[in-house]
Design a protein around this ligand. Structure first.
Ligand code: URA
Length: 433
């Protein structure tokens, strides 16, 4: 077998066998197939896609390219909730403790932020001393002790994805639905949670800018999950404006904690209640989303969810008092306010541009080796559909003396005010599964 023949078949839209896919990926992982041949194969996939069978074999090879993780002795229903990434997405911080309070657990790998999108790892690392599990053994221990197991991506788990993603990044082959689906699902399927809930973001701040692309990605990942006999549901949710009100690491940590105290913004609270309730439905504890939401309300009102977050922070080396004393989190030195230039309704709060502005302040990374500033960020005082008068505050900008013209120009482009009445945006767009 030769790599060149496999590339040629894909180029000519012929269907590859399991043996051919295995050969190509094994040889690549071992360093016998060079990057230039793999790049060529990826570009052929970008143009010609993959059949369902091809994608299954490709993903299977991803999963078993490294260690897989299961959780012996954990008598908990473990959930892996995964978002495809966005701006202000602090969902895991609030959701994992709710799962814990409802008698379930979290088992997942999480990433760092890159570009305009944030990462769960960075948000938790706003807390001094907080350390994520680095090994499979630490992850299993944390799941057993605190109900929440979150681990950063490691070289030992799905190493093929890391190698392929780096190559895709520099060969313009990231935005390919089968390649994204196998990359995400390879990492989900390597961890044996009992339920997978995928939150596929749609809109300006997301990978998928429109609902049709997002639906296609969600359906592809759903089918892959089913092909591996997993309990899976996919949500399509709005990422046209940032989620909630806070963008930036410490600020998002505070917003997630406030949500666990019952004081969260409407869209974020709605998302959290729905996803937690979905997990209860998948576990078989509740018949539908509405009755599940009553149970979620209860663990927020009685403080059990917040207690689970304290437990996870303590178990990870951080000080759980941050939940009560926000002065323990890094705080930016300066605050400026971005105001409405005319009366009207907010038509757009472009999530990508707001994420980019936050990144320029230091909240995110332009390249993967950048050091981030956990204290800075942006608070949305208004959301799409809100009515305001000229001079009203739209955004609060928390910075450390680096509010350059470029940041203000980016924000000016992100905010659009209309004289016409604008409807508020729904957070949950569709559910698949
Ligand atoms: N996230 C991933 O993990 N992989 C992709 O290919 C795209 C987004």
């Amino acid at each position: 077998m030769r790599a060149v023949d496999i590339i040629q078949k894909k180029r000519d839209k012929e269907i590859l066998t399991k043996e051919e896919i295995n050969f190509l990926l094994e040889e690549y992982l071992e360093g016998n197939t060079p990057d230039y041949q793999m790049s060529s194969f990826l570009m052929a996939v970008y143009f010609n896609g993959m059949t369902t069978e091809e994608l299954k074999y490709f993903t299977e090879k991803m999963i078993y390219s490294g260690d897989t993780i299961d959780f012996p002795g954990t008598h908990k229903f473990l959930v892996d909730k995964h978002s495809t990434g966005g701006v202000g997405d602090k969902t895991t911080i609030a959701l994992a403790p709710i799962f814990g309070a409802l008698g379930m657990g979290t088992a997942k790998l999480s990433g760092k932020g890159l570009g305009h999108t944030g990462g769960t790892i960075d948000k938790f690392e706003s807390i001094e001393g907080f350390k994520f599990s680095r090994t499979k053994e630490e992850l299993i221990k944390l799941v057993n002790e605190t109900g929440t197991g979150i681990m950063g991506y490691s070289d030992k788990i799905v190493p093929l994805d890391k190698k392929l993603y780096s190559l895709r990044d520099v060969t313009a082959t990231v935005p390919s639905i089968p390649l994204i689906a196998s990359s995400i699902m390879g990492k989900k399927l390597a961890v044996h949670a009992d339920a997978i809930i995928l939150d596929v973001k749609v809109g300006s701040g997301a990978f998928m800018k429109n609902i049709d692309e997002a639906r296609e990605l969600a359906e592809t990942m759903y089918e892959l999950g089913k092909a591996f006999d997993r309990n899976i549901v996919c949500f399509l949710t709005n990422m046209d404006q940032p989620l909630g009100e806070a963008v930036g690491n410490s600020l998002e940590m505070i917003e997630a904690i406030e949500t666990l105290k019952g004081n969260g913004p409407e869209d974020f609270t709605d998302l959290i209640y729905t996803l937690a309730s979905q997990a209860l439905v998948m576990k078989g504890d509740t018949a539908d989303l509405e009755s599940g939401k009553q149970k979620v309300r209860k663990v927020i009102e009685n403080g059990q969810a917040l207690d689970m977050l304290r437990k996870f922070i303590k178990g990870s080396g951080g000080n759980p008092s941050v939940c009560d004393d926000y002065s323990l989190l890094p705080k930016a030195k300066e605050k400026d306010v971005f105001r409405a230039t005319k009366d009207g309704y907010i038509e757009h709060l472009n999530a990508e541009l707001i994420g980019r502005a936050a990144m320029m302040l230091g909240a995110g990374r332009a390249t993967k080796d950048d050091i981030i500033d956990h204290s800075v960020g942006i608070i949305m005082c208004s959301k799409v559909g809100d009515k305001l008068e000229k001079g009203a505050a739209i955004l609060e900008i928390f910075h450390n003396g680096n509010l350059r013209d470029e940041v203000l120009e980016t924000l000016a482009e992100a905010v659009v005010i209309s004289e016409e009445k604008i409807d508020k945006q729904e957070i949950i767009l569709e559910i698949i599964g």
